[in-house]
Design a binder for this molecule. Structure first.
Ligand code: GUN
Ligand code: ZN
Length: 430
C-alpha cells in the first residue's frame, strides 16, 4: 500500500554551485512512498492524491518536508565532551579528547553511548552520517549495532592511531588489519551500513599503520576512507616535521593510496594551491565543519577555492569540537563563515550542502539526497512546533523560498518534528 505524505516539499535536483538553480519547491505537495520504503512520486498534492486514490494519508499540515540531513564528519567517542576545555586542536586533543575516548574501553559504557548517539542523530534530522568510531573494536561494533536497529544510515570505522596519545588508545598495525576486516565483513551484510577505513590523522599514524590502511582499502575497495587534514597551523608544522620527505600534508596520505573518490578529508582550512589542485585531480571530497573550526580557532574554510576546482564539499558537525548535532545549525554556521569571505550561500546552496552534496560525496546518491522516484524515502519534517518566535517569523515571510531559508537559518533540533528512514518513522510522534 502506498503512503502519501502531505506538506511543503523542498529538495535539490542538482548542484546549484554549478547550475545556479533554485531548489525544487512544491507548496501543498505530496510524497508517495511505496511499501518497500522507496519514493514512488513527488509533486503537487492534488495530482499525487488522484494518482493513488487508495493510499494511506499522512498529513503534515504546513510543515516542510526535506530530504534527510547528511552529517559528513562526527566522532562517536566524543559524544559526551562537546565544549571541552582546550586552547586549540593539539592541546584540546591531549587534555580533553583522548581521556574521553579511552572511556569506550568499557563495553557497557560504549553500548549505552551508541544507543544515545544514534538516537540523538535521528532527533536532529540526520539520516546519514560518516562517523569516526572508537579505537576499541567492541565499541565500534556497538555503534553499528545501534544504527542497525533503528538508523541512521552509517558509514563508520575504528579510529586508527598508534602514536602521540595514551597507549590504551593505540590500534597497533599488527592487529588492526584483522580487527578492521572482521568489522568490514559484518557490515557488508547490512544494507544501511558501510565501512570507512579511518586513520585519525598523519600525526597519530606510523607508516606501518598507514600501510595497513592501504592494504585494507586495496582488499576491500568499497570501503570509504576518512581522515583529517590542514586543520591547524601547529598541526601542519608538526606533520611537516614528522614526514619531512613528503611534499605537503596531502602527500602523506596520497603516497599510501589513501586519497581518491571514496575519501573524505575533514577541515582542509589551510591548503596550498598545489594541494587543492591535487585534491581535484584525485576526486576526493572535503568536509566543511564550520562550528568546530570556530570553536578550536582553526580558521575560516576557503569554500570558494574548493568550488572553483569542483572539489566536492559536504558539511559535518565534527562533534565534539563542533557543538551542533543538528546539521541545520551547521549550515547556518557555514553561511556565516562564507559571509565573512564575501561568498553568499543562498537557500539552494545551503539545502544542497546539507543533503545532496553529502549523498554524492559518500556515493549514496543512487539511494538518498533528494526526492527522485526510486530513491529511499529518507526525509525530515520541519515545523516551528511550539516555538512562538519561529511561528511569527514564518508568518512574516513573503514567499515559500524565504520561509525555507529562514527555517534552515533558524532551525534546530526542536524544529525537527519527525524523521523518516526508508518510509519508516524513526523519530517523532504523530
Ligand atoms: N585531528 C585529529 N583528531 C581530531 C579530532 O578528534 N577532532 C578534530 N577536530 N581534529 C582532529
Ligand atoms: Zn574530526
Amino acid at each position: 500500500m502506498t503512503t502519501i505524505h502531505l506538506g511543503h516539499l523542498a529538495h535539490m535536483k542538482d548542484n546549484p554551485f554549478e547550475t545556479g538553480n533554485p531548489p525544487e519547491i512544491v507548496t501543498q505537495g505530496a510524497l508517495a512512498v511505496a511499501d518497500d520504503g522507496t519514493i514512488q512520486n513527488a509533486g503537487p498534492a492534488e495530482d499525487i492524491l488522484n494518482t493513488y486514490p487508495k493510499a494511506v494519508r499522512c498529513d503534515h499540515g504546513d510543515a516542510w518536508l526535506i530530504p534527510g540531513l547528511v552529517d559528513g564528519h562526527i566522532h562517536f567517542p566524543q559524544f559526551d565532551v562537546t565544549a571541552a576545555r582546550g586552547e586549540q586542536l593539539l592541546d584540546w586533543l591531549e587534555g580533553s579528547i583522548f581521556p574521553a575516548e579511552a572511556r569506550f574501553q568499557s563495553q557497557e559504557f560504549a553500548e549505552g553511548a551508541a544507543r544515545a548517539f544514534t538516537q540523538k542523530l535521528l532527533s536532529c534530522g540526520t539520516t546519514c552520517a560518516l562517523v569516526f568510531g572508537s579505537q576499541f573494536p567492541g565499541a565500534t561494533q556497538a555503534l553499528f549495532r545501534a544504527a542497525r536497529s533503528n538508523g541512521p544510515r552509517l558509514i563508520a570505522g575504528m579510529t586508527l592511531m598508534d602514536r602521540g596519545a595514551p597507549e590504551v588508545l593505540f590500534t597497533p598495525a599488527d592487529v588492526t588489519y584483522r580487527q578492521n576486516e572482521k568489522l568490514i565483513r559484518e557490515v557488508a551484510a547490512e544494507p544501511l551500513l558501510d565501512y570507512a577505513v579511518t586513520p585519525r590523522f598523519a600525526l597519530s599514524c606510523s607508516e606501518a599503520l598507514l600501510e595497513v590502511c592501504a592494504a585494507l582499502v586495496k582488499a576491500y575497495p568499497d570501503c570509504r576512507i576518512q581522515t583529517h587534514i590542514n586543520e591547524n597551523h601547529d598541526e601542519i608544522a608538526a606533520t611537516r616535521a614528522t614526514f619531512p620527505k613528503q611534499e605537503h600534508y596531502l602527500d602523506v596520505y596520497a603516497r599510501f593510496g589513501l586519497v581518491g573518490p571514496r575519501t573524505v578529508l575533514a577541515h582542509n582550512i589551510h591548503p596550498c594551491d598545489d594541494q587543492l589542485d591535487r585534491m581535484a585531480e584525485l576526486s576526493c571530497a572535503v568536509c566543511h565543519c564550520p562550528a568546530s573550526n570556530m570553536y578550536l580557532g582553526s580558521g575560516l574554510f576557503p569554500l570558494r577555492s574548493h568550488i572553483e576546482r569542483n572539489i566536492p564539499v559536504l558539511v559535518g558537525s565534527d562533534i565534539g569540537a563542533g557543538r551542533n548535532f543538528c546539521i541545520l545549525e551547521e549550515l547556518a554556521a557555514a553561511f556565516q563563515v562564507s559571509q565573512l569571505q564575501r561568498l553568499r550561500l543562498n537557500v539552494a546552496r545551503l539545502l544542497y550542502l546539507g543533503t545532496l552534496a553529502g549523498a554524492r560525496a559518500l556515493h549514496l546518491d543512487n539511494r538518498i539526497g533528494n526526492f527522485k522516484p526510486g530513491k529511499d524515502a529518507d526525509f525530515v519534517v520541519l515545523h516551528p512546533g511550539d516555538d512562538p518566535y519561529l511561528t511569527r517569523r514564518w508568518a512574516a515571510c513573503d514567499s515559500p523560498e524565504e520561509q525555507l531559508f529562514v527555517t534552515i537559518m533558524m532551525g534546530r533540533e526542536t524544529h525537527i518534528r519527525q524523521t523518516w528512514l526508508q518510509g519508516r518513522r524513526v523519530y517523532g510522534n504523530d
